[in-house]
Design a protein around this ligand. Structure first.
Ligand code: IMP
Length: 428
């Protein structure tokens, strides 16, 4: 059993990480987000109340837990303050929230540019969440970004003035309106005052907690196949959503990480554009799964594309993340599906192909080869153990485990926290 656990979405995001991280955060002393921004959306349900988080780590509901927003994140101050206010209304005051002074800030022009970039791509658009994620990471890499330390300092005005000289040129060249520095500054100052008490050196804080033996949960956002390096480029997000992102996005050494849990859905979904070999083109099965699994984006409300479990992609994901365990979510959604398919190989140029090719054009050509299993009709939402599952559901889980080659440590049969069946404990 481990002191540090990473939870990573193993497919294209929306695998149900929120539920698992929330469950694990009850056992953790520290919960850390290490990449992404408010493009993420975690739905957490407990005590019959549904909470939606986009930026703040899911340990926020427990006042004894330290919640860290790491340096690898890009943070929109407006979204952050909205989320803090929403939590306050529900009695959670965010006194346990610590924001990295090195995290980059998403400002209004990032969002405007996200929209402009998508429009310019036309048919080839990524289908981003339009939250400004790509443009903010672009500025980070171009070394013209504004970080939290600057945002809450007295130098914010001059930093903004300098940046706007560049950004206004860019905006005007695309036909957008230039931004007035004084107006923008006054709007953001109010937000900076609210955020400032939370901004600190989270790297030292986190490493000190680890040295003290505290249990740390690293909470990934998006999914491994949306990773900027390993995902289905260019239809990816702009950060490293895989487990490797933890070290650079939170400031801990690679050897710090002990358990790496890959969260898989019992089927597959994807939002936005990009190849999806196992996609079930609009038919009664995809509609059934979409409605039953409420497969609509938490952040954008877009209907998600639905597909069969892709064991080739799943295995690739396990490899690049170094998963030590696998969680299978939303198993109950498949109840009532007569025959369930699993993709075990692709065919590319009439040859078997066992991984995700680098070129998206090749991935688009990959034809899935399926095995088919009998489904089950019994209600499984109340089962409390693997043994209580119908035989066909057991066989389905066992097949996934064999194909991916990683032990299943938990599976989920419903949205509530107590509908999670734990096979092996992760935290010591
Ligand atoms: P961006 O992260 O907004 O730049 O969007 C890039 C791609 O990642 C698009 O296909 C989005 O739909 C997808 N994406 C971003 N965040 C999430 C998420 O939390 N879940 C699922 N897909 C996401």
């Amino acid at each position: 059993m481990a002191q540090t656990v990473v939870v990573v979405g193993a497919q294209w995001g929306d695998e149900g990480k929120g539920k698992v991280t929330n469950y694990l955060s009850e056992q953790a002393d520290v919960v850390v987000r290490y990449q992404g921004g408010d493009n993420a959306g975690h739905t957490i349900k407990f005590n019959n109340v549904t909470h939606k988080l986009h930026l703040i780590p899911s340990g926020i509901f427990n006042t004894n837990v330290i919640n860290v927003m790491g340096n690898g994140m890009v943070i929109n101050p407006r979204s952050l303050v909205n989320e803090m206010r929403e939590l306050q209304k529900r009695g959670y005051y965010c006194e346990n929230l610590y924001i990295s002074d090195r995290a980059h800030v998403i400002l209004d022009y990032h969002q405007t540019l996200d929209g402009i970039n998508e429009e310019r791509l036309g048919e080839g658009q990524i289908g981003t969440t339009k939250k400004g994620i790509g443009p903010a990471y672009t500025d980070k890499a171009a070394r013209i970004g504004i970080r939290m330390a600057d945002f809450v300092s007295d130098d914010f005005y001059s930093a903004l003035k300098n940046t706007l000289k560049l950004k206004n040129k860019e905006l005007v060249s695309f036909g957008a309106k230039p931004i007035d520095v004084v107006k923008m500054y006054s709007e953001y100052m109010e937000l900076a005052d609210i955020i400032k008490p939370h901004v600190c050196d989270t790297i030292t804080l986190l490493n000190d907690e680890i040295k003290k033996g505290k249990k740390v949960l690293f909470e990934g956002a998006q999914g491994a196949l949306l990773d900027i390096d390993f995902g289905t480029y260019p239809y990816v997000t702009s950060s490293n959503s895989t487990s490797g992102g933890v070290t650079v996005g939170a400031g801990v050494g690679p050897k710090t990480i002990e358990e790496i849990l890959g969260i898989y859905k019992a089927y597959a979904t994807r939002v936005g554009s990009g190849a999806f070999p196992t996609e079930i083109k609009d038919n009664y099965i995809s509609n059934y799964i979409r409605e039953k699994g409420n497969e609509y984006g938490t952040t954008t409300k877009r209907p998600r594309r639905i597909g069969w479990f892709d064991a080739v992609a799943a295995k690739y994901s396990a490899m690049i993340n170094g998963f030590t365990g696998m969680a299978v979510m939303l198993l109950d959604v498949l109840t009532g599906v007569d025959r369930i398919k699993i993709c075990t190989s692709y065919y590319l140029d009439n040859q078997p192909y066992q991984t995700i090719p680098a070129r998206i054009e090749d991935f688009e050509q990959c034809q899935p080869k399926y095995i088919e299993l009998d489904g089950w009709t019994e209600d499984i939402t109340n089962v409390k153990s693997f043994e209580e599952l119908p035989e066909n559901a057991k066989a389905y889980l066992q097949t996934l485990e064999e194909l991916v080659g990683i032990p299943i440590v938990l599976f989920s049969v419903g949205p509530d926290r107590n509908q999670t069946i734990i096979q092996r404990k992760l935290f010591k």
